[in-house]
Every structure is written in C-alpha cells, then in structure tokens.
Design a protein around this ligand. Structure first.
Ligand code: NAD
Length: 681
C-alpha cells in the first residue's frame, strides 16, 4: 500500500510498479470503451505524448503496454501507475507540504478520486460519465509531487490534466490555475474532442471534477430538492407534493440524487436505470427506497404510494423509454395518468458513448455496439430519443409537466429529429422549458447559488459546528426587514435545509456541506467560519467553494444561461471574466472549462477553491473574491433584464458604494414592432 509520503515523491520509476493485469479490476465500475478512431499518425502522436512523461529507458516496455491500452480502451490511462493507496480525503495536516493551501488542493483531488465518490475511479472520472480529474495516472503523480513541494510563492499551472509546472508568483496569487478543454472554437466538435482526448492533449473536466471541487452527491440532492419543490409550486400550484408522481431516469453520479430529493419533497418518485450496478448502489445506500420487479409491479407500487400519499422512491431496472411508453398505454386504456411531473437525467451531454442507452438494446448489447458499430449505435440512440419524446408529448398533452434537467435532453432530442420544437416558434425554441428557464434562473438572478465548504480536519464535529454557525447566520439574515420577500423565502428554504442536513446523512467522502446562499450570506458565512477557526472552535482549515452551476460561473445557453433573452446566451464573457476576477481577488485556485453539464462545445464554466485558515488575510481574500463571484453574474443578469437581478444589484450597490454597475433601461417593446422600424415612425 502506497503512503501519502510516497505519492508525493513523483512517478515511481526505478523500479516501476508491476505491469497491470490484462483485465480491469471488476470490483469497481469502469468507463465505457472510447472509440476515437485515430489515424495511424495520430496513434503515434498519442503514444509519443504519453511516453514523454517517462525517461527513455522505460519507453520500449511502456510503448507496448500503452498501445494495448489505446486499442483496448480507446485511451491511455496508464493503469500500471494507479497508486495502491486507499484513495480518500485525508486531513490537510496529513499531507507532506510546504503550503497548507497546496495540501488543501491535495485533499480535494483525493476526494474526487475516492471510489465511494468517483464514478469510474480507475479511469480518473469523478462523475457525468467523462468528468475527469486527470487524463492519466502519470499526471496524478507529478501533480502531487508539485503540490507537496511548492511554496506560497509559486503557482501550479494545469493544462487539461497536464501539470505544466510550478511558476513563480506571490502569496496573494492562486496556488493553482486550471484550464480544461480550452480549444480553438472552430475545433470544438465532439469528434475533435474524442481525437484530442485520445492523444492526451485535452480533457473534459465536467464542472467540479476538473476543478477538484466535487463533494459527492449532496450538492445535487440540495439542488434537486429546490427544483422539485419549486416545480410543484409553479406547475402544480401545490406546496405539498403528497400523492404527486415524478417520473425520471438515471441513478448515476448526479442523477442518483433524484430519489433522495423526491422523498425529501414528499412525492412518489419513479426512476428508471439501465445499469444494475448504478441502481443497486443507490438502493444499498438507502437513497432509492424500493425496487420494482418489472413494469407491472412498478405500476402497482406507484398506485399504492399515490393513494397513501407516501413519500417514496421506486427504481425500475430498465430503459426509461419502456416506462414512458407503458405509462402512455395505461393512460390510453384507462384514462389514468400516473405522472404529474416528468424529467430525465440520463447523460445526454455524452449521447453516443455510454451517456444514453437506447431502448432497443440491453445494457450489455449497447456497451458492445457502441464500440463495435458506433454508426449503428448512434442511429439507435436517435430512434430511442424520438420514441421517448413521442411518449412524453402524449402525457404532457394529458396534463403532465415536463422539464429539461440540464442534461441536453432537448438539444439531443431535437438533433435526433424528435418532435420537441415549439409549434410555430423560431428554430431552437423547445416546447418544454429547461429547469433554469422556469425555476433556477430566477434563484441565480437573486444571487443564490450552490455555495459549499469542506472541513479540512476531516472531523464530523467540525462539520456539525459549521452547520450550527450557518443556522445562526441564516436565522439572522431571515430577520432582515430591508430584504424583499422573495429573498427571505429563499433564505427560509435554505434555513430548513441546513437545520436538517445533518439528519439526512448526506456526507459521502470529505466532511462537506452545500447551502444555497446569496452574496451577503456567502460573505457572512466565510467571515463566521474564519472567526471560528481563529478561536479554535473549528479545529482545522475550511475550503470554500461552489458548484460551477451557479450565478456567474457558467455560460450555457441550454442550461445556466437559458433564461437570458437578449441574444447573449451564446456569449461566454461572464464565465471567463469570473475566473479571471476570482484569480486576482484571492481564490486559492481557479478553473475554467469547456463543456460541463450540456457537453463539450456547449458550455464555458469555471469554479474556485478558497482556503480559510483563521487569518485576517484569508478573511479579506474571501470578502473580496466572494463579492465579485456573485455580483458579476447578478450584474450580467440585470443587464439582460431580469427583475430579480436588477433588485439584487441595486441593493448590493447601496451597501458598497465602490460597486458601480451600468443600468439597463426598460424599453417599451410596443415601440419596436416591425412596422415602426420599417416606416421609421
Ligand atoms: N440538473 C443538474 O443540476 C445537473 C447537475 C449535474 C449534471 N447534470 C446532467 O445530468 C446528466 C446526468 O449526470 P450523472 O452525473 O448522473 O451522469 P451518469 O452518467 O453518472 O448517470 C446517468 C445514468 O443514466 C443511465 N441511463 C442512460 N440511459 C438510460 C436510459 N435510456 N434509461 C434509463 N437509464 C439510463 C446510465 O446508466 C447512468 O447511470 C448529465 O448530462 C449531467 O451533465 C445535471
């Protein structure tokens, strides 16, 4: 078993670890085989690129092995170099280091690769099917060596998983700057990605995987809880979801939060999942309450739970298309519509490489065909999506409310030719909303987003202390009589969440907590945590962070910025500005990515980590950086006309006269009819 000291000592070379066995370890799930279709010349480049991490006397042996990996798995992961250490978030004080900030980064990386957290830990994938922390294991070793040796006057530079090196900087600079998937825009097709990833020159970091900020599934449980609660209020006009049925798909990294959130919200949640492994992982964990034996059993269970108004989640091992079509059949035969709310969280940001399984094939058949006959597989995925949309359309006509859950469902369905466009509307306007358009967009515009923190001591009692502090801070904020009622409503929803968070036992991996907060809340929490560290009430450092899926961090026209209607939803200035601004205002590390959520080429997103150590300097950094990290996006959303954002930025300007944001004046659209413009009248 490797020790922390050893994994910080650089790539083990003389001797190298033993060659990996021919078969992958079947104790953990593995990433689907990729099919990059490299030319012979590109294969040579891929091999050369991987061998350059090693001295030349090892090249002969490794060249043979890496060629096999490339042919067998479509990527060179360098399995031989996967360390044997028990991968988990060790306390910050356990890492050999010269900078505690660097040690905090090591904690976060190891958490992202912990087998109980990561989706495909041996392939360095944290979540979302292809959300990588690194592209290969050599990068892991080099990065750890750098982090353990760097001082507070150096910055680690990461190019899509590749540690380019340590560069001189200053104590106030970020300790790491990460870019993932940054390519020339004209070369940002999925095909380009497959080729460049296989050659080891780019990487899909998803959102929090490639920025080391994933904290397990509780972040998404909280976000999904808020979404389902608000969907009930908005679409069904109810506060109590008892007896309402929510149908969806996916029990993977993020999607696995759906049954847990559904139960917290009090409804009957039905989730289809094609992978037995994924389904039973959630069942064994207790997040999925029941498993139906087949479709008939599923319907029996749903009817009983609906009648009893029982909060329960029911898993179906099989394809979501079969569930939707069965629900249509029942509706057509009996008039009984056994669904009120519908969505989908299959990984459609990655539709043809294991993100979406077509209804015509079994799970195993799909895994074979996607590598043996990708063209036929693509056609089956598209046909399956068309079938899925046909069934959803029928149930929606009968009264079900459906939304896109930020997984590119509508985008990919439209590309597959499914009947998903809004009748009579312009191209690209879908008949269903994204959850950002209808729900999260306004929450983001108020400045609320998925703030989070990790206790660097690894102590559960530190987390409990921070929960208590957060409860006090939110209780005070909820008394603010200057804040509008919609802001107070959000604070109260989150107060309820933080009061109950400990009870739900949501910690998987590091001792972390998620809490939606606005700018004021984030800053007040940072201040209170830092003080508690200084007083010794919290025993170790705290790492602040957030999901990239936030107010300012992400430009994504089919998700985070789908409620931007001034034509700028395809612009990415906000996300890029955000990363730059966070970097010089005090973040410990920053990241900016292509892809994430809706897929490669569809999104630019970024995030940060900021270490609190109880010092005044840490407090100043947090205040400056967190203010920008929220105000940037609120200002942009206000400029684009969102009334909640206009209110929020005005209130922030009143509190800080150094903030001056260009106002967006209201335009009377009746002045702008085509006739007026043409006649000049
Ligand atoms: N809404 C959000 O806030 C949010 C947040 C993060 C991710 N996402 C998006 O949601 C999607 C899912 O993320 P994830 O991390 O759970 O991915 P994942 O790949 O871990 O899980 C998706 C699951 O869907 C299953 N699946 C695929 N096709 C299916 C089918 N036809 N029927 C039934 N099951 C099927 C897969 O077996 C897999 O377990 C991604 O596209 C991701 O980008 C949304």
């Amino acid at each position: 078993m490797t020790t922390l000291q050893e994994i910080c000592s650089g790539i083990p070379l003389d001797p190298m670890p033993p060659a990996p066995s021919k078969e992958r370890d079947d104790l953990v799930p593995h990433a689907p085989v990729r099919t990059p279709n490299l030319t012979a010349a590109e294969e040579i480049t891929a091999l050369e690129n991987s061998l350059r991490y090693f001295p030349s006397h090892h090249h002969k042996e490794l060249a043979r092995e890496f060629t096999e990996e490339l042919h067998q798995y479509g990527h060179i992961y360098m399995y031989r170099f996967r360390p044997s250490i028990a991968m988990r978030a060790y306390p910050i004080n356990d890492y050999p280091c010269k900078s505690k900030q660097a040690a905090a980064i090591m904690l976060m990386i190891m958490n992202n690769l912990d087998p109980i957290v990561a989706q495909f830990p041996h392939e360095l994938v944290t979540y979302g099917g292809n959300g990588h922390v690194f592209s290969n294991w050599a990068q892991f070793w080099i990065t750890f060596h750098y982090l353990s040796t760097m001082t507070g006057e150096q910055t680690l530079v990461m190019y899509s998983g590749h540690p380019m090196g340590l560069f001189p900087s200053s104590p106030g600079s970020p300790r790491a700057v990460l870019t993932n998937g940054m390519v020339i825009p004209n070369y940002s097709s999925t095909k380009d990605f497959e080729r460049m990833f296989a050659m080891g020159v780019t990487m899909y970091g998803q959102m929090t995987a490639g920025s080391y900020c994933y904290i397990g599934p509780q972040g998404i449980v909280h976000g999904t809880t808020l979404t389902i609660l608000n969907a009930g209020r908005k679409y069904l006009g109810v506060k109590d979801l008892g007896g309402k049925i929510f149908v969806t798909a996916g029990l993977g990294g993020m999607s696995g939060a759906q049954p847990k959130a559904g139960v917290i919200c009090g409804c009957v949640t039905v989730v289809a999942e094609v992978s037995k492994e994924a389904l039973y992982k959630r069942h064994n964990q207790g997040w999925l309450v029941e498993v139906a034996a087949d479709l008939n059993d599923l319907i029996v269970r749903v009817r009983i739970a609906k009648d009893e108004k029982r909060a329960v989640s029911i898993g179906y091992h099989g394809n979501i298309v079969d569930v939707w079509e069965h629900l249509v059949k029942i509706y057509e035969e009996t008039g009984d519509r056994l669904v009120d709310l519908g969505s989908d969280q299959t990984s459609l940001h990655n539709p043809f490489n294991g993100g979406y399984y077509p209804a015509q094939l079994s799970f195993e058949e799909s895994n074979e065909m996607m590598k043996d006959d990708p063209t036929k597989f693509k056609a089956l995925v598209e046909e399956s999506l068309r079938r899925q949309v046909t069934a959803i359309n029928k149930l929606s006509k009968a009264g079900m409310s459906f939304w896109d859950y930020g997984n590119a469902f509508l985008l990919q369905a439209s590309r597959a030719g499914a009947d998903v466009l809004k009748e009579g509307a312009a191209m690209g306007i879908f008949r269903y909303p994204t959850y950002v358009q209808d729900i999260m967009g306004d929450i983001f515009s108020m400045g609320f987003g998925p703030y989070r923190w990790v206790c660097g001591s690894g102590l559960a009692e530190d987390l409990q202390k921070t929960d208590d502090i957060a409860t006090q801070v939110l209780t005070e904020l909820a008394k603010d009589d200057k804040a509008p009622e919609w802001v107070i409503g959000q604070i109260k929803d989150n107060l309820k969440w933080i009061q109950e968070a400990g009870k739900h036992k949501l910690v998987v991996g590091s001792q972390a907590r998620i809490l939606y907060c606005d700018q004021k809340g984030r800053m007040k929490l940072a201040h209170a945590f830092n003080e508690a560290i200084a007083r010794g009430e919290v025993k170790g450092h705290i790492v602040l962070s957030r999901d990239h899926h936030d107010v300012s961090g992400t430009d994504s026209p089919f998700r985070e910025t789908s409620n931007i209607y001034d034509g700028s939803s395809f612009c990415a200035d906000m996300a890029v500005q955000n990363c730059i601004g966070d970097a010089f205002r005090g973040a410990t590390w920053v990241a900016i990515h292509n892809g994430g959520g809706c897929g490669w080429g569809e999104v630019i997103n970024g995030g940060f980590g900021l270490v609190l150590d109880g010092s005044k300097a840490a407090n100043d950094r947090a205040e400056s950086m967190l203010a920008w990290d929220v105000s940037n996006g609120v200002a942009r959303r206000a400029w684009c006309g969102n009334t909640y954002a206009k209110d929020a930025i005005l209130r922030t300007m009143e509190e800080n006269t150094r903030l001056v944001v260009t106002p967006s004046h209201q335009v009377d659209r009746s002045l702008l009819s085509p006739a007026h413009v043409v006649n000049g009248s």
